[in-house]
Design a protein around this ligand. Structure first.
Ligand code: FMN
Length: 243
């Protein structure tokens, strides 16, 4: 609806915010969602073989890559990329985490899902990254999930061609508990941080990345089992070995 974006920007200005739930003394939500599924440990990011790259060069040469080779990613490379985008580098009890990307108030409301096509040791399908323990959790999805996610991404061909697609979602109350309605702004900004790290880190493991902002929210949320209100998809990026 025309004007919705402008209204969002206006109404999320500081002067209109209600006292947050944190201010009102309500309990803090948990640092991470827990979902049912099989748990798969990921190799430590330190052990991932990678090319040493100069940061300035990586920034200067970064570009979106939409065609990939058929080579799979190793589980170690996938673990490395997940760590670079959401890895936990410190935990303060149940209060907050510090990660490889910044987060407003260290709220870290992002939850990362993966659509796996070609990763050694993983069946194709959907997974969630449990960042606190650096492991994956399977997400129950049928065999049709790859074409379904592709269709939800408006049939963009890099989704089925990629080795893996990252899907960043927001567990919005983790952010809103502290920042109220303004938290909606922050989760989108933070997805950008995660995606930029993915673009840069991919260069170290011979991969290319393409961000995806064009998708059908309702279909994608339903495929991931998200309600679309408290927990919803924000942003995606495909990853694959460079041809
Ligand atoms: C928020 C955002 C959404 C994007 N969505 C898509 C998309 O849905 N499909 C696509 O092919 N590229 C998408 N891109 C990639 C842009 O098209 C790309 O960054 C732009 O053309 C500049 O090219 P470069 O990344 O190679 O510098 C997106 C990029 C951003 C930052």
């Amino acid at each position: 609806m025309k004007g919705t974006g402008r209204e969002f920007m206006e109404k999320t200005k500081f002067q209109y915010l209600d006292p947050s739930d944190q201010y009102l003394g309500l309990p803090q939500p948990s640092l991470e969602r827990s979902t049912p599924g099989e748990s798969i440990d990921l190799p430590s990011p330190d052990t991932c073989p990678r090319r040493r790259i100069d940061l300035t060069e990586a920034i200067a040469t970064r570009q979106s890559v939409r065609t990939y080779s058929r080579s799979p990613l190793s589980l170690s490379e996938l673990g490395y990329l997940l760590w670079c985008t959401q890895g936990v580098r410190g935990v303060e009890g149940t209060a907050w985490t510090f990660r490889t990307v910044p987060s407003a108030g260290a709220r870290h409301a992002l939850e990362t899902f993966l659509l796996v096509n070609r990763v050694e040791g993983l069946d194709p399908g959907l997974y969630r990254y449990a960042a606190l323990d650096h492991r994956l959790v399977t997400v129950d999805a049928g065999p049709e999930v790859v074409p379904e996610v592709t269709a939800a991404c408006l049939a963009q061909s890099m989704v089925p061609e990629s080795a893996v697609t990252f899907l960043w979602s927001a567990d919005i109350y983790r952010m809103n508990w502290r920042y109220g309605e303004r938290g909606y702004r922050y989760v989108f900004i933070e997805a950008g941080h995660a995606c930029q790290n993915l673009y840069l880190a991919a260069e170290a493991v011979g991969c290319g990345v393409c961000a995806i902002g064009a998708f059908d929210d309702d279909i994608l949320n339903a495929l991931l089992g998200l309600d679309g209100r408290d927990w919803f998809v924000l942003y995606l990026a495909t990853v694959g070995k460079i041809s």
